[in-house]
Design a protein around this ligand. Structure first.
Ligand SMILES: Cc1cc2nc3c(=O)[nH]c(=O)nc-3n(C[C@H](O)[C@H](O)[C@H](O)COP(=O)(O)O)c2cc1C
Length: 164
C-alpha cells in the first residue's frame, strides 16, 4: 500500500499533525505540501490536511478535492483556532464533503491549532465583532496542537490505515 500525506499549512500547526500522521504509517509513504501534488495517481490512500480559514476550507484545497479525489480513498485532517466541538465547526468544514463527493472518505480528524501572534494582532484591530472575538480568544490557543492532540492524530492515522 502506498500512502500520501499532503497538507496546506501557513503557520506550522497542520504540518505538525501531518508529520505525526506520516510517522505512524506503515508501508510505502510520502509527505508533501499540497502545492507540490499534481494528482493522487499511484497512491492507494491520501491524508489531506488544511487549516480552517475564514469559516471555510481554503479554496486551493477545495479545488484539489474536487479535481483529484474522485474514486480515491482519502482521509481529512484539519486544524482550527476554536476548541474542538465548537458549535459552528461543522458548518465551516462541511464543504469538504461536497468537494470530495466522488471520493471514499475513510475518516476525518480535527483539532485546535495555535493562532499566530500577527493574526491575533490583526483580528484585534478588525471592525467585525466576530473577528475581534477570535482575536481575544487567541492567547488561549497557545501551544496547540499539544502532545495530547498529536497522540489523537497518531491514533487516527492507524485507524484509517487499518480501514484502507
Ligand atoms: C486568515 C485566517 C483565518 C482564520 N479563520 C479561522 C476560522 O474561521 N475559524 C477558526 O477556528 N480558525 C481560524 N483561523 C485559525 C487557523 O485555522 C489555525 O490557526 C490553524 O491551526 C492554522 O493552521 P496552520 O498553522 O497549519 O496554518 C484562521 C487563521 C487565519 C490566518
Amino acid at each position: 500500500m502506498k500512502t500520501l500525506v499532503t497538507y496546506m499549512s501557513q503557520t506550522g500547526n497542520t504540518k505538525k499533525i501531518a508529520e505525526a500522521i506520516y510517522g505512524e504509517l506503515e508501508g510505502e509513504k510520502a509527505i508533501k505540501p499540497i502545492s507540490e501534488v499534481k494528482d493522487l495517481e499511484g497512491y492507494d490512500l491520501a491524508f489531506i490536511g488544511f487549516p480552517i480559514l475564514q469559516f471555510d476550507i481554503p479554496p486551493v484545497v477545495k479545488n484539489f478535492l474536487s479535481a483529484s479525489t474522485k474514486g480515491k480513498k482519502i482521509a481529512i485532517f484539519m486544524t482550527h483556532a476554536v476548541p474542538e466541538g465548537f458549535e459552528a465547526i461543522h458548518s465551516w468544514t462541511g464543504s469538504y464533503e461536497q468537494a470530495a463527493a466522488g471520493a471514499k472518505i475513510l475518516g476525518a480528524f480535527d483539532c485546535q491549532g495555535e493562532l499566530a501572534q500577527p493574526i491575533i494582532d490583526m483580528l484585534l484591530k478588525a471592525d467585525d465583532p466576530q473577528m475581534k472575538a477570535f482575536g481575544e480568544m487567541g492567547p488561549s490557543t497557545k501551544g496547540q496542537p499539544d502532545e495530547s492532540r498529536v497522540k489523537k492524530a497518531k491514533a487516527f492515522a492507524k485507524e484509517v490505515q487499518a480501514k484502507a
